[in-house]
Design a protein around this ligand. Structure first.
Ligand code: HBI
Ligand code: FE
Length: 283
């Protein structure tokens, strides 16, 4: 997706802004219409109630710290002053999905590529590509957390290396099952930190409350061997005990892991293995 499928995204990329070599563009905050802001407000209010007692503390703290609120689509310049002071991360605007090497290069330098267009009213519940609500509401609050901020930078560096080693399909699953769809175990019960969940009303409820999906304790190699679905709610979520656990587990050089996985079979999205630690639902 280059210019964005919404009418809005198309206009923006074609008129005001050329895409630069690193795929960044200008957000052009002034050009959002009142109906764009209204979609943000609707999504925000829905998530505010869905996430109460479901999102992890780190996410909610980040949201409050950034001042991301119901009043409308946030201005990246304003968020960047706060985010930069907190963890040295910065949001850069991009027109849509960017090539893997470009994406990782940004992350490795503590820049988070965010789309700027917002979904259309008929896409409130689902859209396949990321929009500004997913990117900013879903991802940016976690970048206010120092440990998670370091994890994301390390992931970017690991991504560049995985590309060189031809193992991106394995590493991409780690991003999917942690950054996008991760759960964390807390004394109060399971909580959500994954951006793909916190930005979706249906999946916020399903991920914690439904008896259907598997909730399996974090295991790095297990995750990297597990295929995922992009067209429906997840069949399996992986649960970390802490962000320190996540950061420490992913600190080693992955080269030997990739070598080992070359001879191992993939695991299906809904499979449960005898050695899995399956966690109970409940909050
Ligand atoms: N580009 N804008 C954007 N957002 C993403 O999440 C993204 C991307 N390009 C590539 C990519 N993700 C994937 O390769 C990673 O999730 C592994
Ligand atoms: Fe995402």
């Amino acid at each position: 997706m280059q210019a964005g499928r919404s009418e809005f995204g198309t206009t923006r990329s074609e008129s005001a802004t050329a895409t630069r070599a690193d795929f960044t563009i200008e957000q052009n905050w002034d050009s959002y219409s009142e109906s764009d802001h209204a979609i943000w407000r609707t999504l925000f209010h829905r998530q505010e109630s869905a996430l109460r007692g479901r999102a992890c503390r780190e996410f909610l703290d980040g949201l409050v710290g950034l001042g991301v609120a119901a009043d409308g689509i946030p201005d990246f310049d304003r968020l960047n002053r706060i985010l930069g002071a907190a963890t040295g991360w910065r949001i850069v605007a991009v027109p849509g999905l960017v090539p893997d090497d470009i994406f990782f290069e940004h992350l490795a330098n503590r820049r988070f590529p965010s789309t700027c267009f917002i979904r259309r009213p008929e896409q409130l519940d689902y859209l396949q590509e990321p929009d500004i609500f997913h990117d900013v509401f879903g991802h940016v609050p976690m970048l206010m957390n120092p440990v998670f901020a370091d994890y994301m930078e390390a992931y970017g560096k690991g991504g560049l290396k995985a590309l060189r080693l031809g193992s991106l399909h394995h590493l991409a699953r780690l991003y999917w099952y942690t950054v996008e769809f991760g759960l964390i175990r807390t004394p109060q019960g399971l909580r959500i930190y994954g951006s793909g969940i916190v930005s979706s009303k249906g999946e916020s409820i399903y991920a914690l409350d439904s008896p259907r999906p598997n909730r399996i304790a974090f295991d790095l190699l297990r995750i990297m061997r597990t295929r995922y679905r992009i067209d429906d709610f997840q069949e399996t979520y992986f649960v970390i005990d802490s962000f320190d656990q996540l950061f420490e587990a992913t600190r080693p050089d992955f080269t030997p892991y990739y070598a080992r996985m070359k001879d191992m079979q993939d695991i299906g999205p809904g499979e449960v293995l005898p050695e899995d630690i399956v966690l109970h639902r409940g909050r």
